[in-house]
Every structure is written in structure tokens, then in C-alpha cells.
Design a protein around this ligand. Structure first.
Ligand SMILES: Nc1ncnc2c1ncn2[C@@H]1O[C@H](COP(=O)(O)OP(=O)(O)OP(=O)(O)O)[C@@H](O)[C@H]1O
Ligand SMILES: [Mg+2]
Length: 255
């Protein structure tokens, strides 16, 4: 069974990619589905957030790129279950930052992740927490994605930053048999601020039919959850942030 792959991507940093990957994974897991989060960011924030420290693990997401063939990825060593999580994790590795070099002579290097997931372990959904920079790892994630979720901080500068990702997607779309399907997700939205509401209106104009209806508001519980090594649903299941990611999960399932 091939899982549905969701790439959580935006080349702008600090927009809520990792928070979205983990909170959406937890919300999807709560519906009884089998979920894997792959930490593809060499900084390893998703891994650390759930108490898995990349320097202490036996194997990581990088194995996907190092395996002799996509069928040879040692998934049983790569995948781990964080103590407090209802989903599995493939942790990060600092060497993910050097994949350009490691794969310099590899043929078909853009499809390694897609092929590895097609013959990999059985999950309903695989969520890819993408690095905030362009490169072979991000290209692999976008090529593997059935849906690219683009968190956009509800802020004027964030609109400017998202251009890089669309440049990458345009270049890929010219080479792929089908364009990368995507949905924009407004994050960290302060509904009381008029500037935020204006950016939201701009986003809705720009992404007609390509934007999640769910809006993720500002919630201090997200930071509390990362400090506690878990996701927001664990520490504050009734918080606004937790309920918004539950709504996002329903929307993702309905697409
Ligand atoms: N909706 C929210 N409300 C309040 N804080 C949030 C929200 N979403 C994320 N944060 C906080 O903002 C910070 C950045 O979020 P996150 O790490 O998810 O972004 P990112 O896009 O993955 O960043 P990077 O590009 O560095 O990987 C974190 O401290 C996180 O706890
Ligand atoms: Mg991140």
C-alpha cells in the first residue's frame, strides 16, 4: 500500500512547518490512521520537539538517500516511536545538509524518496517536515508529495518569502508529469490585528481555491508543547490551536 504523502514546505524559516507537521500528524493519528513523520530538516527540530535527538539515533531519514536502491532502505532501523507520540518518526541527520554533495553522481536523485516510500513500510499518511532551503532534499519531498502544504505566516513579509517556493515548484512542474498539488495554510494569525486580517484577505485573493479554510491562530500552547517534548494535543487538547489542527486534519482527509 502506498501512503499518501504530505510535504510541509516553505523556504521561509519560522513559518510553522514543524509545528504543522507534528500537530497535523497527531490529529491524523487520532482518527486511527497510521502516520509517519519524516524529519528532513538537518536542524532536526521536529525530532528534538518530540524528544528524539538525532545524534543519539541509530539511523535517520538520510538512509533514504544513502541506500543502494530505494528498496534497500533499512526502515526498521530508521523509524522510531517517540515516547509520548501517537505517530512514528524518521529522525533527522545533520548530514541531510550535505546531500547535494553525497548525491552528486547519483542518477535519478530527485525520485529517491518517492520510490523509497512506494516500497516502504505501510502507513496511511507520511508527513515530510521540509528544510527551509532549496536543494535535492526539498526537490525529493516535492516530487514525492501527493499534496504540498505551504504554511504561510499571516504577515506581509511572509507573502514576499513564499516566492522562492513557487519558483522551485515552477521549475519542477516543467519537468514532472503532473504539477505539484498544493494548498496554502495561514498560520500564526492574530485575528484581533487589522494588519493580519488584511494579509488574510490578500492570501485568499492570491490562492483562490488553493487555500485551506482552516486558519491557524496564535496560541502560546505551541511553545509550551515543544518545551514539554510533545504536541499541543497532549498538553492542551481543548486549546484553540489543537482544535484548529483537528479541523485541518478533517480538511486534509476530505481533499
Ligand atoms: N500558531 C502558532 N502560534 C504561536 N506560536 C507558534 C505557532 N506555530 C508555530 N509557533 C512557534 O513559532 C516558532 C516557529 O515555528 P516552527 O518551528 O514550526 O517553524 P518552521 O517553519 O518549522 O521553522 P524552520 O524554518 O526554522 O524549520 C516555534 O517556536 C513554534 O512553537
Ligand atoms: Mg522547522
Amino acid at each position: 500500500m502506498t501512503p499518501r504523502v504530505l510535504a510541509i514546505a516553505n523556504q521561509k524559516g519560522g513559518v510553522g512547518k514543524t509545528t504543522t507537521a507534528l500537530s497535523l500528524a497527531a490529529a491524523l493519528a487520532m482518527t486511527g490512521r497510521r502516520i509517519l513523520v519524516m524529519d528532513l530538516d538537518p536542524h532536526g527540530c521536529a525530532s528534538a520537539h518530540v524528544g528524539i535527538f538525532p545524534e543519539a539515533v541509530a539511523a535517520s531519514s538520510a538512509e533514504v538517500f544513502w541506500a543502494a536502491s530505494p528498496g534497500a532502505v533499512p526502515w526498521e532501523r530508521v523509524v522510531t516511536r517517540p515516547e509520548k507520540a501517537a505517530f512514528d518518526l524518521a529522525p533527522s541527520h545533520a548530514r541531510l545538509a550535505d546531500m547535494e554533495w553525497d548525491l552528486r553522481e547519483r542518477k535519478g536523485k530527485g525520485v529517491l524518496l518517492r520510490e523509497a516510500l512506494a516500497s516502504g513500510p505501510a502507513y496511511d499518511h507520511v508527513l515530510l517536515d521540509c528544510p527551509p532551503h532549496t536543494g535535492v532534499v526539498l526537490v525529493n519531498a516535492l516530487v514525492a508529495a501527493d499534496l504540498c502544504v505551504i504554511p504561510i505566516q499571516t504577515d506581509f513579509l511572509a507573502l514576499h518569502g513564499v516566492r522562492n517556493l513557487f519558483d522551485t515548484m515552477r521549475a519542477l512542474n516543467a519537468a514532472l508529469p503532473r504539477p505539484v498539488p498544493f494548498r496554502a495554510l495561514a498560520t500564526m494569525c492574530d485575528r484581533r490585528a487589522r494588519a493580519c486580517r488584511r494579509v488574510l484577505a490578500l492570501l485568499r485573493e492570491k490562492f483562490v481555491g488553493r487555500m485551506f479554510e482552516t486558519i491557524i491562530g496564535l496560541d502560546t500552547k505551541f511553545r509550551e508543547a515543544s518545551a514539554a517534548g510533545c504536541v499541543i494535543q497532549d498538553i492542551a487538547p481543548d486549546s484553540r490551536g489543537a482544535r484548529e489542527y483537528d479541523a485541518l486534519a478533517q480538511e486534509v482527509l476530505s481533499l
